[in-house]
Ligand binder design. Structure first.
Ligand code: ZN
Length: 248
């Protein structure tokens, strides 16, 4: 099927077909956040990044991400919320879903995992900001369930992609994480590392998503200093990458 997420191409698009586009920014595209890091050029960076992909930056729907498992159903009136001013973003939300065309969903990350979900049968999408806290609260599984309820999505039809995030090579955590994520910690030289992508993959598989329909950029934000911002490496005031998902 042509609807599958593909590997990252040189335009940083992971999906582009007649119905849907998925794209994420790299460090070289600039800071995409209107609230963290140096925000002076963020609107221009968004425009430069999205316009060639045929996405209107003025229409972006953004959320005030709070590491929750709150999911928001984006409707017509939401177009442009958070596009020009952070304060107009959807409140207290870490996953956005819609079946509206030409309404680009956006989430912002610097180590947290962006998860893009696409239902080609019912033409519906979901975009998740999967931090470890949100993942602990099953946000990706909850988003699949939400799409089932709202759009009659069959999990086995879903196409899913993982964008750049801090990976198990670098995500060192304390022993308390053993209780939070049993089975998802990797031990190396007496230290523990969290496989955040693995946690979210398992939620998808447990929800009925086919492994073959899950594609992974495999990119680690912490390892690749030149390519990505990293919260852990640079602190809270670092810039943010943007993942955008839109039905055409
Ligand atoms: Zn790494």
């Amino acid at each position: 099927m042509a609807e599958c997420f593909s590997a990252v191409n040189k335009n940083f698009q992971i999906l582009s077909n007649k119905d849907c586009i998925a794209i994420f920014s790299w460090r070289s595209h600039g800071n995409m956040s209107l609230v963290y890091g140096d925000t002076c050029g963020s609107i221009a960076s968004r425009s430069d990044f999205l316009t060639p992909a045929g996405i209107k930056y003025q229409d972006l729907v953004c959320a005030k991400q709070t590491h929750s498992n709150n999911i928001y159903f984006v409707n017509k009136n939401d177009s442009g919320k958070g596009a020009l001013f952070y304060d107009s973003s959807i409140e207290d939300t870490d996953a956005l879903v819609t079946n509206l065309k030409s309404v680009p969903l956006a989430i912002f990350t610097a180590d947290c995992l962006p998860v893009s979900l696409y239902d080609p049968k019912n033409n519906a999408i979901g975009l998740v900001h999967a931090s470890w806290r949100s993942s602990q609260a099953d946000i990706t599984a909850k988003t699949v369930m939400f799409m089932q309820d709202k759009f009659n999505t069959s999990p086995e039809d879903l196409r899913v992609n993982f964008g750049p995030a801090i990976r198990a090579c670098c995500f060192q955590v304390g022993d308390e994480f053993r209780d939070i994520f049993p089975g998802s910690l990797i031990s190396r030289e007496k230290n523990s590392y969290l496989d955040l992508t693995g946690v979210n993959r398992q939620q998808l598989l447990d929800s009925g998503v086919n492994d073959i329909n899950i594609s992974d950029s495999g990119l680690c934000t912490y390892c690749n200093e030149n390519d990505f911002f990293s919260f852990r490496r640079e602190g809270k005031s670092c810039g943010r990458m943007m993942s955008v998902l839109m039905l055409k």
